[in-house]
Design a protein around this ligand. Structure first.
Ligand code: COA
Length: 263
C-alpha cells in the first residue's frame, strides 16, 4: 500500500504502520490523517490482519503532536468536526489489537494516539506528555478521557495542568506505557508481543477487545453483559472446538506415551 505521509505493510498477520514525516517529528497533519483513514479502511477489510504496530519514522518521535501550523488556523467549526478525536477513536475501535512502539517524543496528539492503541512499548528515550495547555488549548482528542483511565485521575490532572514531559521510566511506573526497553529493542519487543497475540484464537482476541473497551467506556454493568455475550458466541465457534479439541488430543497422546511400557 502506498501513501505519502505514512508507510503501511502487512507481514504474517502483523500490520506495520509508520508515521512518516520525520523532518517534522511526525507531526500529525490533515494529509497524514487522511492517509491513516485510508490505511485503516484497507486493514479493517483484510481478515488476515491480526495485530497492528504503530511507530514513527526517524526514531526521534512517534509524533510530536498535531501539526501546530494547521491547529492555529482551526476554529470552533473545525474543533466540532472532531478531526483527530475521530481518527483516534477509530484506532481504538480497530477489530484487532494495536501496539504503539514509541521512541522519542509522543506529545499532544502523539500521546493521545499512543493511548488510543491497546498497548504501548517504549524505548528509554521516550518522552510522553500533553503540553496543549501551553498552547492555550486542551488535549481534546481523547486525552482528558484516556489518560485518567491509564494513570488515575490525580496523575492525569497533574500531567495535563502542568503540560510536563513524562520520561520513559516514570511512564512505565504509572502505567502510561506497558514496558520500557532499549530504543533499538522496541520494534523487536513489539513484534514479539504481536506474534504472541497473533498465535491466539482470532475471534477470542477480537471479542476480548470489544469487552475490554466496553468496560472502560460504558462501565462494569454493560461491560459484563458484553463479556457474557462474547463468551456465548465463542462457545459456539469453530475456533473453540478446534483449539480445545487439539489440546485434549495432545493430552491424550501424552497419556498414551506415559502408559506405554518401557522398551
Ligand atoms: N507541529 C508542527 N511542526 C512541528 C511539531 C508540531 N507539533 N513538532 C515539531 N515540529 C517541527 C518543527 O517546527 C521543526 O520544523 P522546522 O525544521 O521546519 O523548523 C521540526 O519539526 C523539528 O522540530 P524541532 O523543534 O527542531 O526538534 P527538536 O528535536 O529540537 O524538538 C520537540 C522536538 C517535540 C520538543 C519540539 O519540536 C516541540 O516542542 N514540538 C511541539 C510539541 C507540542 O507542543 N505538541 C503538542 C501539539 S498540540
Amino acid at each position: 500500500m502506498h501513501f505519502d505521509n505514512i508507510l503501511c505493510a502487512v507481514d504474517d498477520g502483523v500490520a506495520g504502520v509508520v508515521l512518516n514525516r520525520p523532518e517534522k517529528r511526525n507531526a500529525i497533519d490533515q494529509a497524514m490523517i487522511d492517509d491513516l483513514h485510508r490505511a485503516m479502511d484497507a486493514l479493517e477489510a483484510d481478515d488476515a490482519v491480526r495485530v497492528m504496530i504503530l511507530s514513527g519514522a526517524g526514531g526521534r518521535a512517534l509524533a510530536a503532536g498535531a501539526d501546530i501550523a494547521q491547529l492555529r488556523e482551526r476554529r470552533a467549526r473545525e474543533a466540532l468536526q472532531i478531526i483527530n478525536a475521530r481518527l483516534f477513536q477509530r484506532v481504538e475501535d480497530l477489530p484487532f489489537p494495536t501496539i504503539a512502539a514509541i521512541t522519542g517524543y509522543a506529545l499532544g496528539g502523539g500521546c493521545e494516539l499512543a493511548m488510543a492503541c491497546d498497548i504501548r512499548i517504549a524505548g528509554r528515550s521516550a518522552k510522553l506528555g500533553q503540553p496543549e495547555v501551553a498552547l492555550g488549548i486542551i488535549p481534546a482528542a481523547g486525552g482528558t478521557q484516556r489518560l485518567p483511565r491509564l494513570v488515575g485521575i490525580g496523575r492525569a490532572k497533574e500531567i495535563i495542568y502542568t503540560g510536563r514531559i513524562v520520561a520513559a521510566d516514570e511512564a512505565e511506573r504509572i502505567g502510561l506505557v506497558n514496558r520500557v526497553v532499549d530504543d533499538d529493542a522496541v520494534m523487536d519487543a513489539a513484534q514479539e508481543m504481536a506474534a504472541q497475540i497473533a498465535a491466539q484464537g482470532a475471534l477470542a482476541v477480537r471479542l476480548a477487545k470489544i469487552a475490554l473497551n466496553t468496560s472502560s467506556r460504558a462501565g462494569h454493568q454493560t461491560g459484563t453483559l458484553v463479556e457474557q455475550l462474547a463468551q456465548a458466541v465463542l462457545f459456539e465457534s469453530q475456533e473453540k472446538d478446534d483449539r480445545m479439541g487439539a489440546f485434549l488430543e495432545r493430552q491424550e497422546a501424552r497419556r498414551k506415551t506415559r502408559e506405554q511400557p518401557p522398551g
